[in-house]
Design a protein around this ligand. Structure first.
Ligand code: NAD
Length: 279
């Protein structure tokens, strides 16, 4: 059965909208885009649209690809000090001449809506309350929405990136799953996958997870967004065939993507409350 990320995302955004209507000062999100990466442009547009839907103040800052690291650092400092802005998101990837890590470390950790700052990542690692990266946070919500208990399950995460693989592994562990993290150097990936009650695929390769890798009844979360030659989108999972084996599966599009945006809205509200000292 599909897990409908669009429906769940809409429900969360509707709840946020109701809360925002009662606020005198609006939560503000700044989204910074450097260059003209077409996928990034789509993501930024979707984030802006979501801000409008929930009633946030949103500021899109589109910089030319030649922007220097110094200029970008200065902009981040300005946004750190801007009272209208509660969340700062720098759309990745950045052009090669800019050190992404340095940029992320310059964002005020209180405004780090993506949860990528080392302080927030570190807090996640040691289990302290923190800003959790949007995609992994959304994945946990998607799994919970099925009613399936995460505790005690075998979860296999394919991919070990800082933005998806590592944080989702920590979150699944926090929810008492037993975690196996697989990656490009893993031997016999299929063997690991066949032992999984939950598979999270975050690889970036279309149709990488096939039916023969998935145990009957497995919950399959497909994080991948791959643009195919014909212009269509595909996940990392061979959706049509894996659907037969899985109990629940997220489609692409319409699964993890919309939930990432809903969690961005949620993180922005959490940053707002912290900064404005509400609750
Ligand atoms: P990444 O390139 O940083 O990481 C990919 C991971 O896949 C690596 O850790 C690598 O070890 C692993 N991998 C590569 N080849 C493998 C193989 N043969 N076997 C096992 N593991 C292998 O990518 P990322 O940033 O984690 O993103 C992964 C995918 O998720 C991409 O398609 C990306 O577009 C998508 N994504 C979607 C969202 C969303 O909101 N839906 C958010 C972030 C990323």
């Amino acid at each position: 059965m599909d897990i409908d990320g669009r429906k769940l995302s809409k429900k969360i955004k509707d709840q946020i909208k109701i809360k925002v209507e009662k606020l005198e000062k609006k939560p503000g999100l700044a989204v910074v885009l450097v260059g003209e990466n077409s996928a990034s442009q789509v993501y930024v547009r979707n984030k802006e649209r979501a801000c409008q839907k929930v009633g946030y103040y949103s500021r899109k800052i589109n910089l030319p690809v030649e922007t220097t690291q110094e200029e970008l650092l200065n902009l981040i400092e300005e946004l750190n000090n801007d009272e209208l802005i509660h969340g700062i998101l720098v759309q990745l990837p950045l052009p090669n001449h800019i050190d992404s890590e340095k940029i992320i470390l310059t964002i005020d950790p209180k405004k780090d809506v993506d949860g990528f700052h080392a302080l927030n990542m570190g807090n996640l690692l040691i289990g302290k309350k923190t800003i959790i990266p949007c995609t992994p946070k959304g994945i946990i919500e998607l799994i919970k929405s099925t009613g399936i208990e995460i505790s005690g399950k075998n979860a296999v995460v394919i991919g070990r990136s800082n933005i998806v693989g590592k944080p989702i592994s920590l979150l699944l562990m926090k929810n008492n799953a037993t975690i196996t993290i697989c990656h490009s150097k893993t031997l016999d990936l299929k063997k690991h996958c066949l032992n999984a009650d939950i598979i999270v695929a975050a690889i970036g390769k279309p149709n990488f997870v096939t039916e023969d890798m998935v145990k009957k009844g497995c919950v399959v979360i497909d994080v991948g967004i791959n643009r195919l030659d014909d212009g269509s989108l595909s996940g990392d999972v061979d959706y049509i065939n894996v659907k037969n084996n899985s109990s629940y599966i997220t489609p692409v599009p319409g699964g993890v993507g919309p939930m990432t945006i809903a969690m961005l809205m949620q993180n922005t509200l959490e940053c707002y409350k912290e900064i404005e000292k509400l609750e």
